[in-house]
Design a binder for this molecule. Structure first.
Ligand SMILES: [Zn+2]
Length: 172
């Protein structure tokens, strides 16, 4: 049930799975997306992907500004036509206290997705929002920021990651 959803942390194996397309656009999907927006706000995040609440479906929510009117829901998103190459520090609600500088094309990115009714739509994004799109889209493919970090960051966060692994084992 959507009410029970919570943010799961590394190294939960559901974060490593490739998610499947959404085929049924029903009330449960709507409740799930709304609950994800709520969780994103509670955790002061700018985006949250379904695998981060333990659901391996192609759905994520985004809010780049914190204003309620900027809540966005993307079902079955596809990103294309990306330009540019910018490095910026990213965090992740499933990796507390970890920040990784990641290069991504953020000048111009095309998003094609469906809304909660299954209606297709298209957006052209620039800058920060496209970075969130790419970060969340990575989650749908089982990719996290630690998979994109270089050797220095790996060394920096080795201890922190081990702590998270131990906590996960203990919580089982
Ligand atoms: Zn993330």
């Amino acid at each position: 049930m959507p009410d029970d959803l919570r943010v799961i942390l590394y190294p939960d194996p559901r974060l490593k799975k490739k998610s499947v397309p959404v085929k049924v656009f029903d009330d449960n999907l709507r409740k799930t997306a709304l609950r994800m927006l709520e969780l994103m706000r509670e955790h002061e995040g700018v985006g949250l992907a379904a695998p981060q609440v333990g659901l391996n479906i192609r759905l994520f929510v985004v809010n780049a500004t914190g204003k309620p009117e900027d809540d966005k829901i993307y079902v079955n998103p596809v990103l294309s036509e990306a330009d540019g190459d910018e490095e910026f520090e990213e965090g992740c609600l499933s990796l507390p206290d970890i920040k990784v500088a990641i290069r991504r094309p953020t000048e111009r990115v095309k998003m094609t997705a469906q809304d909660l009714d299954g209606q297709p739509f298209e957006e052209i994004g620039e800058g920060f929002i496209t970075r969130i799109w790419q970060h969340e889209n990575d989650h749908l493919n089982g990719i996290m920021i630690i998979d994109r970090m270089g050797p220095v960051a790996k060394l920096t966060y080795r201890k922190k990651l081990r702590e998270l692994e131990e906590e996960f084992e203990e919580g089982k």
